[in-house]
Ligand binder design. Structure first.
Ligand code: ATP
Ligand code: MG
Length: 578
C-alpha cells in the first residue's frame, strides 16, 4: 500500500462494482484481488496500471487483500530472473503482498485433478488432430467449426490417454486435452479450446515433474477460484474469454466463482509495451537491457529517474475505463515533472561547456556564493557554490550574431550569472583553423554580487555556469522517444514496429561539467540542472570517480500545451478517464 497516499483515488466503474458488491454483502464482504503476471519478461508501465488498480482496491477496502500470483504455466518462456524482477518492481512501486504470494505452478496437481474431473463429466476429451488440423477444424468468424473426429471418445479412453500424456508417453503435439463445448459457437474461444498440452520442457519451479501443462484459460480461472479471488480484473482482450472462464468454473461446480471484469489496457504514445517486442529489442541489442532508460519497463523508468510516486500519480490520473485509448507520453512526463519539481534539489550543470574568463576578476580569488536548493521548498535550505575567474557556461547561451529575441550572451552584451554577478562579453576567441569559438572574455561588475544591480540596471537573461577549476567532469546521457511515431508498428510501418525506431534516442555527452556539490552523489539521486531538466545519477554506470547522469526529463512541458488545445477543442479527455 502506498505509504504516502494523499487522497483516495476517484472512483471508476470497477470501484463502483466493488462498492455495490460490498453493499449487497456479496462474498461475505470479502474483497480479494490479484495481480497475475506471467514471468516471461520485466514489468512495464502498463502493468503498473493493473498493479495500482488491484493493490489499490484491496487497500481502499477494509480487510481487502491483493495476491501476487505468478502465472507460470508456460515453462518455455519463463525464468527465475523475471520472477525476481517482478517482485522487486512491485515493491518499488510501493505495494506489498504480505504473505500472499502464489504460483500457478503450485496448483498443477489440483489443476490436473480438475481436468480429470472434466473428462469424467464428459466435458473434455483427448484430441489427436495435429495443430494444423485443429486450426482448420476451428472454422472462422463467419464459418462454424467442425467436430473433431476424436470428440466422442469414451471416458475410459480419454482418461487412459490423459494419464499416459502425463506419464510422458507421447511427444509434443500428438495429443491435447480439449474442453467439449460447441464447435459452432459464434465465440471462437468456445469452440472446444485446448486446455492441456504436452510440453517437454523443464519448469523453473517444478523441474521435470510435469510434461503436460495447462493452458492459460484453464489455469487462470481455476487459480482465481482456488485462491478465493472475488474480483478478477483483466484487460479488454479477455472479454471474449469470459464465457470460457465462467464455463469452466460452472462445469466443475467450484465453491468460489470470481467475477471477471475487463478494463482498457494502457497504451502510451511513442513507445511500446508488449513484452514479446521488448524482449526482441533487448535480445537484438537495440537497447542495453531490460533496464535501458528508454524503454517503458519499470526497471527502465526507475533507472531513468522516475519515482514510484510519479507513476502512481500517473495511473490515478489516467483512470480506469472500458474504452481503449492511447495516452500521450507527454502526460507521463508532465506527472513526473510535477513530482520532481517538489523533491529535487537545484544544481548547476553545463552540458556543452564554453570557457569564459572574467578579465577583471582577481586571479586567485574564490568566492563561496549562496544558492537556494529548491525555491519550491525553503526547507531544503541553501548551499555554497564557488565562483572564480575561469568559468564554463553553456555553448548554446552565447551567439556571436544574436538573432532577434535571443537575449542571452553576445558580444558587448551584459547578462546575469545565476547567484553571482552581471558579466559583459568583451572579446571572443576563435580557433584559427576552424573558426570555432573557443573562449569568451568578460568583465564583471563587483556591485552586482548575488545577481542584482544597485543602480537598477536590468539584464534580460540569467545563465547557469560552473567554476572551471572547481567543477566536476561528468557524462550525461540525453534520451529522446524510442520511436519516431506515436503509434509504432501500425499499417504505415508495414506492421514492423522496428521500422520507426528513433536512431537518435540516445545522445551521450562526455565532457559536461557539474558543480562540486555533486561530488559523491549516490546512484539514483535526482537533481534539477537549472534551465536544463531533471537528471539522475545512473545506478549502473556512475561511480565516485566518473559521474554519469541520465536526463530524466526536460523542463519543457509539452503536456501543458496539449491540454490547452484539448480544452479549446472541448470534450477531449485526459487519458481514458471518462
Ligand atoms: P504483454 O502483452 O505486455 O506481454 P501481458 O498481458 O501478456 O502483457 P501479463 O504478465 O500476462 O502480461 O500481465 C499481468 C497483468 O497485467 C494482466 O492482468 C494484464 O491484463 C495486465 N496488463 C498487461 N499489460 C497491461 C497494460 N498495458 N495495461 C494494463 N494492464 C496490463
Ligand atoms: Mg499474458
Amino acid at each position: 500500500m502506498p505509504k504516502d497516499k494523499a487522497t483516495a483515488p476517484s472512483s471508476d466503474f470497477i470501484r463502483n462494482i466493488v462498492a455495490e458488491d460490498l453493499k449487497a454483502d456479496k462474498n461475505k464482504g470479502r474483497i480479494v484481488t490479484r495481480f497475475p503476471p506471467e514471468p516471461n519478461g520485466y514489468l512495464h508501465i502498463g502493468h503498473a496500471k493493473s498493479i495500482c488498480l488491484n493493490f489499490g482496491i484491496a487497500s481502499e477496502n477494509e480487510g481487502g487483500v491483493c495476491h501476487l500470483r505468478f502465472d507460470d504455466t508456460d515453462p518455455s518462456k519463463e525464468e527465475v530472473e523475471y520472477v525476481e524482477s517482478i517482485k522487486s518492481d512491485v515493491r518499488w512501486l510501493g505495494f506489498d503482498w504480505d504473505d500472499h504470494i502464489y504460483y500457478a505452478s503450485d496448483y498443477f496437481e489440483k489443476l490436473y485433478e480438475y481436468a480429470e474431473q472434466l473428462i469424467k463429466n464428459g466435458k473434455a476429451y483427448i484430441c489427436s488432430l495435429s495443430a494444423q488440423e485443429i486450426r482448420e477444424y476451428r472454422g472462422t468468424l463467419t464459418e462454424p467449426g467442425k467436430d473433431s473426429p476424436y470428440r466422442n471418445r469414451s471416458e475410459e479412453e480419454n482418461l487412459n490417454l490423459f494419464r499416459r500424456m502425463r506419464a510422458g508417453e507421447f511427444g509434443e503435439g500428438s495429443h491435447v486435452l480439449r474442453a467439449k463445448i460447441d464447435m459452432t459457437s459464434p465465440n471462437l474461444n468456445m469452440r472446444d479450446p485446448t486446455i492441456y498440452r504436452v510440453r517437454r520442457v523443464p519448469h523453473h519451479r517444478t523441474g521435470d515433474k510435469w510434461c503436460i501443462y495447462p493452458m492459460y484459460d484453464f489455469a487462470h480461472c481455476l487459480s482465481d477460484s482456488i485462491e478465493g479471488i472475488t474480483h478478477s480484473l483483466c484487460t479488454l482482450e479477455f472479454e471474449d474469454h469470459r464465457p470460457l472462464y465462467d464455463w469452466i468454473l460452472d462445469q466443475l461446480n467450484v465453491d468460489c466463482h470470481p467475477q471477471q471484469i475487463e478494463f482498457a489496457r494502457l497504451n502510451l504514445s511513442h513507445t511500446m509495451m508488449s513484452k514479446r517486442r521488448l524482449l526482441e529489442l533487448v535480445e537484438e541489442g537495440y537497447v542495453s537491457g531490460w533496464d535501458d532508460p528508454r524503454i517503458p519497463t519499470l526497471a527502465g523508468l526507475r533507472r531513468r529517474g522516475y519515482t514510484p510516486e510519479s507513476i502512481r500519480n500517473f495511473c490515478e490520473r489516467i483512470g480506469v475505463a472500458k474504452r481503449d485509448s492511447t495516452v500521450d507520453i507527454a502526460l507521463l512526463e508532465h506527472t513526473l515533472r510535477e513530482d520532481l519539481n517538489k523533491r529535487s534539489p537545484r544544481v548547476m550543470g553545463v552540458l556543452r561547456p564554453l570557457r569564459v574568463v572574467i578579465d577583471n576578476y582577481p586571479e586567485n580569488q574564490v568566492e563561496e556564493l549562496d544558492a537556494i536548493n529548491n525555491p519550491e521548498d525553503p526547507g531544503m535550505g541553501t548551499r555554497k557554490i564557488p565562483f572564480s575567474r575561469v568559468l564554463y557556461i553553456e555553448r548554446d547561451d552565447f551567439r556571436e550574431d544574436p538573432p532577434k529575441k535571443f537575449f542571452r550572451l553576445a558580444p558587448g552584451r551584459e547578462v546575469r550569472l545565476r547567484y553571482a554577478y552581471f558579466v559583459r562579453c568583451v572579446c571572443v576567441v576563435r580557433d584559427e583553423k576552424t573558426g570555432e569559438v573557443t573562449e569568451l572574455h568578460c568583465t564583471y561588475d563587483p556591485q552586482t554580487r548575488g545577481g542584482d544591480s544597485p543602480d537598477g540596471r536590468k539584464v534580460k537573461a540569467t545563465l547557469h555556469w560552473v567554476s572551471a577549476a572547481h567543477s566536476l567532469e561528468a557524462e550525461v546521457r540525453l534520451y529522446d522517444h524510442l520511436f519516431l511515431k506515436p503509434n509504432p508498428g501500425d499499417e504505415s510501418d508495414g506492421n514492423d514496429f522496428k521500422a520507426s525506431l528513433n536512431s537518435n534516442s540516445l545522445e551521450t555527452l562526455t565532457s559536461c561539467r557539474v558543480e562540486p556539490s555533486l561530488r559523491g552523489s549516490t546512484p539514483g539521486s535526482i537533481y534539477q540542472f537549472e534551465r536544463q531538466g531533471y537528471f539522475c545519477v545512473d545506478s549502473v554506470d556512475s561511480s565516485a570517480e566518473a559521474l554519469v547522469f541520465n536526463r530524466t526529463v526536460t523542463l519543457r512541458d509539452t503536456w501543458a500545451r496539449i491540454e490547452k488545445t484539448q480544452k479549446k477543442n472541448k470534450g477531449a479527455t485526459i487519458g481514458d478517464k471518462n
